[in-house]
Design a protein around this ligand. Structure first.
Ligand code: UD1
Ligand code: UDP
Length: 424
């Protein structure tokens, strides 16, 4: 079995680390491809070092660009590597342009694609990441869903249950694995920055909708400045944000702006802060896992479990709203922390990487050639009337399908465990 793992950004290295570790333990053969979407040491190599990941076998070196430029370069370069290495399956994690390119290139070449962290939906198609998720999930031969809600989202889009596995989120695995190192490092990190435990706010901002919009970016920075008059605010700044601040000219005085941190240093700060203000996806998950209250600088989230369980507040990018809601979170911190600790972690038990590797090792994924089947096989179609109501469902021969198949569609709101056993 020869696998190909494709990664290209900071969060992909972090979240694929447990999968790579488990593949190594099972002795599976894989090629590790680095796309080069991220290239600064602090967004790439530092994670290979800290997480003891192997050096990539291939570096596509695609760098930055517009979405179309970057995706086109990624696809062109990846096509050559897939052609040369001939993997049986290509695996990618998350929702970046690297993932989009991996899904489209492999599928078009007839090579199965497996998507780790499938089924997340913000329901906001103005987000580039949402487009990438929808395309990757719909093309994937295997969708590794991190939560029950992600399973529901996938089935809602008509993705067959045979292409979905509920495995948890690898973010918990890597966090748990490194927690003792983080505890050891924490006093040094806090000391170097002159911070005390539970005496500061942590901020991260890099999302396109916040950084490429001057009004939003200035609002967020202005809110952080105001909060920093009451309590220290530490802001490890993503290079995208640094470049946009240069363009839009927001004032940073009072905010402790630092370079992007390594994983262990970042988790040291996250585990010691009063609350985190962020538009990151991974940070919302990590904060919940560590029992840290989150103020999310967005109007929606593809991690709604954290909001529903009372650990995360969706605040958006309005200056006053950010300041007031953060003060409120600080005042009610004990209660919020208690709520998070009492909840079952929706992101799983820290064994996702192992589950993914075992599934990859045990399933046969076939390279697809042109379809030669002559038997009529069923495709289901939803018919809607003009008010959007579902009238009926048909198979490819125009025959209404059995109620068992209908049940599959109408029970998608139930818990995933039941859904999976209901599978026809
Ligand atoms: C990308 C992902 C985003 C993910 C984030 C993780 C897409 C569409 N976006 O966003 O989903 O949350 O990675 O961090 O795939 N830059 C550097 N050095 C680098 C990399 C980037 O300076 O090593 C700067 C450049 O100015 C570049 C900008 O950051 O133009 C944006 O980089 P890009 O890879 O396009 O997107 P991210 O914002 O990093
Ligand atoms: N992270 C890090 N250093 C930092 C900021 C974040 O190591 O200075 C880690 C963080 O622990 C999380 C991941 O980067 O695991 C999140 O990446 P990012 O916010 O860039 O992307 P997203 O998760 O939003 O796609």
């Amino acid at each position: 079995m020869s696998l190909m793992i494709v990664a290209g950004t900071r969060p992909e290295l972090i979240k694929l680390a447990p999968v790579i570790k488990s593949l190594n333990e099972l002795g599976l053969d894989y090629t590790f491809v680095w796309s080069g979407q991220h290239y600064d040491y602090r967004l790439s190599r530092i994670f290979l070092e800290q997480l003891a990941l192997p050096n990539p076998d291939e570096n596509l070196g695609v760098g930055s660009g517009t979405h179309a430029e970057q995706t086109a370069r990624l696809m062109t370069a990846l096509e050559k590597v897939i052609e040369r290495r001939k993997p049986e399956i290509v695996i990618a994690e998350g929702d970046t342009n690297t993932v989009l390119a991996a899904a489209m290139t492999s599928t078009k070449m007839g090579v199965p694609f497996a998507h780790v962290e499938a089924g997340l939906r913000s329901w906001d198609r103005t987000m580039p990441e949402e487009i990438n998720r929808v395309v990757a999930d719909s093309l994937a031969t295997m969708n590794f869903a991190p939560t029950e809600l992600a399973v529901v989202n996938l089935t809602h889009e008509g993705i067959d249950l045979g292409r979905i596995e509920l495995v948890g989120n690898t973010v918990v695995d890597v966090l748990m694995e490194n927690l003792s190192r983080v505890k050891e490092l924490k006093p040094k990190v806090l000391n170097e920055l002159g911070l005390g435990e539970n005496e500061f706010l942590l901020a991260t901002v890099h999302r396109q909708e916040n950084t490429d919009n001057g009004v939003r970016l200035r609002n967020i920075i202005s809110a952080l400045r105001e909060l920093s008059e009451e309590i220290p605010v530490v802001f490890p700044m993503h290079p995208r944000t640094t470049s946009r601040i240069g363009r839009y000219g927001a004032l940073l005085e009072g905010i402790k702006v630092i370079e992007p941190l390594g994983y262990l240093q970042f988790l040291s700060l996250l585990s010691a802060c009063l609350a985190v203000l962020t538009d990151s996806g991974g940070v919302q998950e990590e904060a919940f896992t560590l029992g840290i209250p989150t103020v999310t600088l967005r109007y929606n989230t593809e991690r709604p479990e954290t909001v529903r369980l009372g650990g995360n507040y969706l605040v958006g990018a309005n200056r006053d709203e950010i300041v007031e809601r953060t003060r409120h979170v600080i005042e009610r911190r004990d209660e919020i922390v208690r709520r998070i600790r009492e909840a079952e972690n929706p992101f799983g038990d820290g064994r996702s990487g192992e589950r993914i590797a075992k599934i990859l090792a045990s399933r046969k994924f076939e390279i697809r050639s042109s379809d030669t089947r002559t038997d009529p096989y069923i495709t289901y179609a939803l018919r809607k009337n003009f008010s959007g109501e579902i009238l009926s469902m048909y198979d490819s021969g125009g025959v209404a399908v059995a109620s068992k198949s209908l049940a599959k569609f109408f029970t998608v709101r139930g818990p995933a465990s039941r859904l999976l056993t209901n599978s026809p």
